[in-house]
Design a protein around this ligand. Structure first.
Ligand code: AMP
Length: 123
């Protein structure tokens, strides 16, 4: 369904979607993939990405309503599979340089598994 987008995704997450580099998978369906962050900022740190090529939420359009709605409503299940659903977790998406976005394929960080400090655990 997203084959064209997956093939033209030049980010590291494109390589993961194409199976060129491995990931520690948490969840996958035909629309989204979730995997553990390689450099965790909390005891549990998972990332959820759409298979459609979208650089950040800035580039999301009305056409993406169903896909991004699906992604967001899957987050509780992904948090449970990752093992951080019991006492709450934080969901973050970085947009652009001021937020420190490094990978320009939209992704939602799920952080938990411990008490999180501060307003921005990504700094
Ligand atoms: P951001 O700074 O919001 O763009 O977040 C990018 C995230 O991707 C960072 O938390 C990185 O640790 C993570 N990351 C980069 N490469 C990989 C990889 N190969 N597997 C899993 N996570 C990765």
């Amino acid at each position: 369904m997203y084959e064209q987008d997956i093939q033209s995704n030049e980010t590291i997450f494109g390589k993961i979607l194409r199976g060129e580099i491995p990931c520690n998978k948490v969840y996958e369906d035909e629309h989204i993939l979730a995997f553990h962050d390689i450099s965790p900022a909390a005891k549990v740190h998972a990332l959820v990405i759409p298979k459609k090529l979208i650089s950040s939420v800035n580039e999301a359009s009305e056409d993406d309503l169903t896909l991004l709605g699906h992604l967001q409503t899957k987050i509780p299940e992904i948090a449970k599979l990752a093992g951080c659903d019991k006492h709450g977790y934080r969901v973050i998406t970085n947009v652009g340089p001021n937020a420190g976005q490094e990978v320009f394929h939209v992704h939602y960080h799920i952080l938990g598994g411990e008490k999180l400090s501060g307003l921005n655990p990504m700094l």
